[in-house]
Design a protein around this ligand. Structure first.
Ligand code: SF4
Length: 358
């Protein structure tokens, strides 16, 4: 799965890096991947999603910059003050159209409440873990936003590849920190909704394993590309962290992957009279949902043979240019096409519409 030396390998016969977001797009619809990542066509912009992403980007930057400050006596107040001060500057430059001044003020309050919720939930603990990791590795990049980790998938075992062919997949994290015997990669995301079943189960064995296998079973009526994509992403992040640990002489550490949602409004309470906003954050550790006991017993590393093998096969298809989406047409035409940015130019979609009309 990996070269085991560097997180940015450059082996002969290695393609990439392909972003993990592209692999998830490929799972959703291979043609959509072709348009977005091969032909690099610009699709119609989803304004609502872009607005949320912009706000999350502001929060990420404010948090990462506050964590990155070299403070001798860091506590809740200094961390929160640093993040708030950075937010203020970023917000002043933020170009977003609001209906009113009151709405702009309200959105700012939501972002401030999110910063406070982050610091209270995990921020201070993670800041200490970053300091511990930095002193263990004597410098080195541990804070983003968006440091890139990567994993190299050997394609030698797959039918379409030649001996020595490999593909590098990259995955962004926002920072990593030391927690006991583990190195933890953290990524800020808008919400945990794309994780699907992973939000409600804590282990791989059982329902998670079953849904993963069923997604690839043509006989099963299961289509869960975002859920599968999250497990692939976990595999890439953990492998990238392992590579980084090897480089820093921390091979004895296990690796973990945590996502923190920054735009989950379902946990936000607004008092419109007092003009206050309160919110809470619920980080999710995806490691145990990914690791299977059997592979862990064989390797003593946080790995899952079923997921890793399947990732190799999907990546082999992707690099071989297998972009025909008709295999799963029934599912993707009802679940993916309605929100796709390429409906106006997609021949598969247009052909299906003409068949339907005719
Ligand atoms: S319109 Fe449908 S088939 Fe075409 S790229 Fe989009 S999701 Fe895929």
């Amino acid at each position: 799965m990996t070269d085991g030396v560097s997180d940015t390998p450059a082996n002969a016969g290695t393609v990439g890096p392909i972003p993990i977001e592209g692999v998830t797009t490929y799972l959703r619809c291979p043609r959509q991947y072709e348009y977005a990542h091969v032909q690099e066509l610009e699709g119609e912009r989803d304004e609502a999603a872009a607005t949320i992403e912009d706000r999350v980007a502001i929060l990420k930057t404010a948090i990462c910059d506050a964590l990155d400050r070299d403070e001798a006596d860091r506590d809740r107040t200094t961390l929160l003050d640093a993040a708030r001060a950075r937010l203020e500057t970023l917000w002043e430059d933020h170009d977003e159209r609001f209906h009113s001044v009151a709405q702009r003020r309200h959105e700012r309050r939501v972002l401030e409440a999110t910063l406070e919720a982050y610091v209270d939930a995990v921020g201070l603990e993670h800041a200490s873990g970053i300091d511990r990791l930095r002193s263990a590795i004597d410098g080195g990049e541990v804070i983003g936003p968006e440091c890139s980790l990567s994993s190299t998938q050997s394609l030698s075992e797959t039918a379409t590849a030649d001996e020595g062919d490999a593909v590098t997949i990259s995955a962004p994290i926002d920072y990593c920190y030391a927690d006991g015997s583990s190195i933890v990669g953290v990524r800020f995301v808008p919400t945990l909704r794309p994780l699907g079943l992973l939000r409600y189960r804590s282990d791989w064995e059982g329902a998670v394993a079953e849904q993963f296998t069923d997604h690839f079973d043509p006989e099963a009526d299961v289509f869960e590309p975002s859920f599968v994509g999250a497990l692939f992403e976990t595999a890439v992040v953990l492998d990238g962290l392992r590579n980084r640990c090897k480089r820093f002489g921390l091979e004895d550490r296990t690796c973990r992957y945590v996502q923190i949602p920054l735009a989950d409004r379902s946990r936000t309470a607004v008092n419109w009279v007092q003009e206050t906003v309160e919110t809470t954050l619920e980080p999710i550790d995806l490691t145990d949902r990914y690791v299977d006991h059997h592979t862990y017993g064989m390797t003593h590393e946080h790995r899952n043979r079923t997921i890793d093998d399947r990732l190799e096969r999907v990546v082999a298809d992707l690099t071989a240019g297998a972009f025909d989406p008709t295999d799963r047409w029934e599912q993707l035409s009802s679940e993916v096409c309605p929100d796709c940015a390429y409906t106006v130019c997609c021949e598969d979609y247009i052909a299906a519409e003409v068949r339907f009309d005719g």
